[in-house]
Design a protein around this ligand. Structure first.
Ligand code: SF4
Length: 292
């Protein structure tokens, strides 16, 4: 059986080196669709494995440990989306990729941090509710000034990026003066404002590839720093607390166990109810339609 191992940019170094493909969640799911493999193993958090299944419904999809759950994605439910629709019937509901598959199924369209601005700017609605990251919503709101973009739930945020403060950045700049600063849009606005470039993990990687700096200050999870240093030879400075415990649930031992099993262990299999799968596919396809 042909197996492809996909790993998110935030995975442990020892997992990254075992992977066939590295990238952000959507890049991985799309690459997986191009691979000629019967079995796809996703090293990341559970919503990422769900996205792989949504885009590859006829293949076996597994996650080495399904207890890897994104703390941000767990902030929103499908019931919350139905409530938003009752309260704001004229608003489009945009589900960030960091959501459970049931939320994607209820939403109008999915977005990633790489394409959120483009998706929202191309929607016909003037009012947009973006779930569940309020920092990403505020970044989109700044970049799509002709629309009202609000985040829900009110305190929805990634705890890892939320903890990156301007004083943290000041500390890094004092010890590493002159380095360009790259920030993820999940950082709070006050922290994003210290950055030279704001973008998703894939956009930060490409920025380094295209600009070839000697070093960078990276305001995102440390795992991306390992990849950039290893593949591009750029020295990366990250914050000591830029570690996502949810992402580190996957270990090399757990991955090895799945790779070496002839039959996938039942607990690792990703299965999605038919109606939810179909509705989530429509929301993802709408994103592809809007972004061409
Ligand atoms: S870094 Fe934040 S958004 Fe990404 S998986 Fe961890 S908790 Fe979720």
């Amino acid at each position: 059986m042909e197996t492809v191992v996909l790993a998110h940019n935030y995975q442990r170094p020892e997992v990254q080196v075992m992977a066939d493909v590295l990238g952000d969640s959507l890049e991985l799911a799309m690459r997986a669709a191009d691979e000629d493999a019967d079995r796809l193993i996703m090293c990341g958090v559970d919503f990422m494995a769900e996205v792989v299944k949504v885009l590859n419904p006829d293949r076996e999809v597994a996650i080495p440990d399904p207890r890897a759950k994104c703390s941000l994605a767990m902030r929103i439910t499908a019931d919350d989306v139905r409530e938003i629709r009752r309260e704001r019937p004229d608003a489009a509901v945009v589900a960030y990729v960091n959501t459970p598959v049931e939320v994607k199924a209820e939403a109008d369209v999915v977005c990633t941090s790489a394409n959120a601005v483009e998706v929202v700017s191309k929607l016909p609605e003037d009012e947009v509710v973006l779930v569940p990251d309020t920092n990403l919503a505020s970044w989109v709101d700044e970049n799509v000034p002709d629309k009202e973009v609000v985040g829900y739930p009110p305190a929805g945020c990634c705890p890892v990026h939320q903890a990156m403060t301007p004083s943290d950045v000041g500390r890094l700049v004092s010890s590493h003066p002159g380095l360009p600063i790259l920030a993820h849009p999940e950082c709070p606005r006050c922290t994003r404002m210290t950055a030279d470039h704001v973008g998703s993990t894939s956009q930060m990687y490409r920025w380094c590839e295209e600009n070839g700096p000697d070093g960078v200050i990276l305001l995102t999870e440390e795992g991306l720093g390992f990849r950039i240093e290893r593949e591009l030879g750029v020295n990366v400075v990250t914050l000591e607390h830029a570690v996502c415990p949810d992402m580190k649930v996957i270990t090399a031992d757990k991955l090895e166990k799945v790779i070496s099993s002839e039959r996938l262990p039942e607990y690792t299999r990703v299965e999605i109810d038919g109606d939810v799968l179909r509705d989530a596919q429509e929301s993802v396809e709408e994103m592809f339609r809007l972004t061409g």
